[in-house]
Ligand binder design. Sequence first.
Ligand code: BES
Ligand code: MN
Ligand code: ZN
Length: 495
Amino acid sequence: MKFSTKRGSPEKRATPCIAVGVYAGRKLSAAAKTLDRASRGNLSEVLRRGDMEGRLGATLLLYRIPGVAAERVLLVGLGTEADLREREYRDAVRAAVKAAQDTGAATATLCFTEIRVGRRDAAWKARQVALVAAECAYRFDYMKSNKSEPRPLANVELLTTARDAGAAARGLSQGQAMGAGVSLAKDLGNLPANVCTPGYLAEQARKIAREWKLGVDVLERKDMEKLGMGSLLSVAQGSRQPPKLIVLKYAGGPKKAKPVVLVGKGITFDTGGISLKPGAEMDEMKFDMCGAASVLGALSACAQMKLKLNVVGIIPATENMPGGAATKPGDIVTSLSGQTIEVLNTDAEGRLILCDALTFGERFEPAAVVDIATLTGACVIALGHVASGLYSNKEALARELLAAGDEAYDRVWHMPLWDDYQEQLKSNFADMANIGGRPAGSITAACFLSRFAKKFDWAHLDIAGTAWKSGKDKGATGRPVALLTSFLMKRAGKT
Ligand code: BES
Ligand code: MN
Ligand code: ZN
């Protein structure tokens, strides 16, 4: 999908399809009014017949409207004007793009920067248009014999005023970079685990590094042994697939500037190990590398936007399998930090690979470390599929991420990390256990990680409920690439 901004009056725009909003109660938006006037009341007459009430997400396609240069006029319901917020705006854009995709039009011109969304500016609206359009255009049929036909819609134009043109153009190009990052993360998430192995993730990281001129380093099992990553390796030892520790470096900032470090959980399949998972929906554990995928997506978006900051991505990648050499419940392992861990449940493997990756992160003298992980089923129970869980040892960093989530409409909710919860991780035999029992499972997982994040400002995003959808729309969502990218843009002084 290509994006561009256009200026001028809507009735004069010679385009295959022009989309204008209609509020609930058949109230025309400014652009719709302009078309109505140019057509001598043609649109109001259609509304009077009752075909378009302005219900949010409803669409009506009209042809050959006199006095209007566009081949098609697409009316898009916006709902009640006073209730139109971020979510409603996105829903309206989605409806417009989907309806345009069902026509033969190769270009759709959206008159959507004029729509008021609280205090959101034209750049925000343009970013959302690009993100939502990329979502509508996304397909995953690499593994199907019958690929679906490419749809005609290839261009989305935003019609703006002269005043908004610059901001809208900037927003579109940012949104396009973010959308490409989101799609990349979705692709990696959706690939089956027999294709998307740790080795495949490493290859993809190398490919991204070549494309965007990033630094890349892949540590093999023997490198990790030398370093003493006993915890990460204990997860990998039940699998035939060799583990990888992937390091990607984007250097857009001054040499001396401390990097933001992103750490992504890269379990390419989580069987649970010897603490084997039940069979139902186990296929969805191919998505257990979505944290890793989000790091790759965010890094490529950063590079595409040429953000002026330094970012390091660290991806511990392995399968969690119940092989003959697998870790057994009760085994005690020594982490890179030197702390010992009693593995009471081999299915709590995410924290075991992340803890060593966090300790490894110390060497980059980070400005901040953010880890992203499909870490706990308990987080899905707590927050459902709407918000990701946010934990941090630094209030200011938590606030930055909350704000970035709101900005990108990729929201997180701040959860407690109080010391009171740490008690649940007590082990009779080692420095700590890898599980804290049923109560507050997402919090105790974060508490476990916090013990390896004492030397830097750190935040943890539990994306177990948000990284993919189940059921008939099963598939990766690409979250939280948009949040991470917004966070980095803010840090780089953009937006
Ligand atoms: N990858 C899972 C978490 C998960 C489960 C995400 C279901 C999304 C849906 C993680 O490795 C895991 O198995 N966690 C266990 C931890 C428990 C053993 C303390 C869990 O949540 O059940
Ligand atoms: Mn697990
Ligand atoms: Zn897992």
